[in-house]
Design a protein around this ligand. Sequence first.
Ligand SMILES: Nc1nc2c(c(=O)[nH]1)N[C@H]1C(S)=C(S)[C@@H](COP(=O)(O)OP(=O)(O)OC[C@H]3O[C@@H](n4cnc5c(N)ncnc54)[C@H](O)[C@@H]3O)O[C@H]1N2
Ligand code: MOO
Length: 403
Amino acid sequence: MSLLSVEDALARVIEKARPHGRTERLPLHDCLGRVLAEDITARVTHPAFDNSAMDGYAVRHEDIVNIGAQLVVIGQSAAGHGFQGEVRAGETVRIFTGAPLPAGADTVIIQEDTEKLSGGKIRTLFAPAKGRHIRLAGQDFVEGDIALAAGSVLDAGRLTLAASTSHERLPVFEKPRIAIVATGDELLPPGSAPGADQIIASNTYGVAAIVRENGGEVLDLGIVPDDEAAISAAVAKAQDAGADVLVTLGGASVGDHDLVQSTLLSRGMVLDFWRIAMRPGKPLMVGELSGMTVLGLPGNPVSSLVCALLFLEPLTRHLAHLPPRSRMTTARLATPLPANDRRQDYVRARLTVESDGSLVAHPFARQDSSMMNVFAQSDGLIVRVPHAAATSSGDPCNVLRLR
Ligand SMILES: Nc1nc2c(c(=O)[nH]1)N[C@H]1C(S)=C(S)[C@@H](COP(=O)(O)OP(=O)(O)OC[C@H]3O[C@@H](n4cnc5c(N)ncnc54)[C@H](O)[C@@H]3O)O[C@H]1N2
Ligand code: MOO
């Protein structure tokens, strides 16, 4: 049987999943990492008035062309407290950064370039060019300008701009809702004391982290036993909550207790594919149930995390209207690797940095997909295409960065 390749599988997942159009208006503090759903138009002009970029004196340029000019200080203009009069020949106004430029003045001379004289006068020690240290009204943006376009991902700079255009809330896309359910009679939540044939369910936490890192909202449906009715009830909960994606963990393989797929099919899921040419993660299952994408991840923790990185991360970003993220880089192998079989291999590895900045990948000797400790120590996954030839140490390799 020829298995679907990772690339083809991902293309199918993305192609079928349509990003929702739900939007919400959120306070600025809650908008970090979110995607603008509409263009944002400036509600004010910035700067709203000509003002000084420095602490100094507002002058008429024609008065200070000659170094050593003497001017009478007739008042001051501070930020929030402008000077009401006008600067006339031989006069100046003490001015501070951000303060409105008084009428009549066209230049600011910084205070370090002046000397205070008695009798409320100053003398200039330098002759700045006309217009120096003045920020002109509207030089940043003008009321009515499109300040941010729909589709912009909101980061520090864009949030600051949005605030300065006087928007207190922004229209953003809602986060896609990703429901996660762990299946297995052997599973107990972290904090429990497992009996002889029980284990701690861990996958949910890593998979949820990948969802959250990529702009999704997690709906944790907990643990359900290997029982059709229980699995069916969890699926119904995901549907009732309006989940965009249902992620099932475990029960994806061929064992007698692997009931996830049959239960979903009996609820009307249309199966797209099951099993792909990758290791770990071969039993990956993808389908659709009434507009909800179903991603059935294998139970082995490393398999579920690798599948989540390869499929759930791009899917979540797609549904969140976020641009794709590339984790790929190149390195040189620290140790030889044998020829690969027909499954694309994701080899857990530590990464070190050489003095020239290049990366060296050190594959772990043990690659069992149940070993979370090895995965947690890994900085990357060496990606080996199907049927890759044996490689020697020093050979280049492609690496999917984990951190
Ligand atoms: N005859 C075959 N057996 C298996 C095949 C196969 O092709 N033929 N595939 C193997 C591969 S590869 C994988 S991966 C696993 C995946 O199987 P399932 O998705 O059915 O996973 P389970 O059997 O439910 O669990 C596997 C393993 O992981 C533990 N587990 C399950 N859920 C969690 C959880 N939430 N947190 C932590 N650990 C979990 C579970 O106890 C098992 O040890 O199948 C192979 N078998
Ligand atoms: O494909 Mo499984 O995920 O090797 O353990």
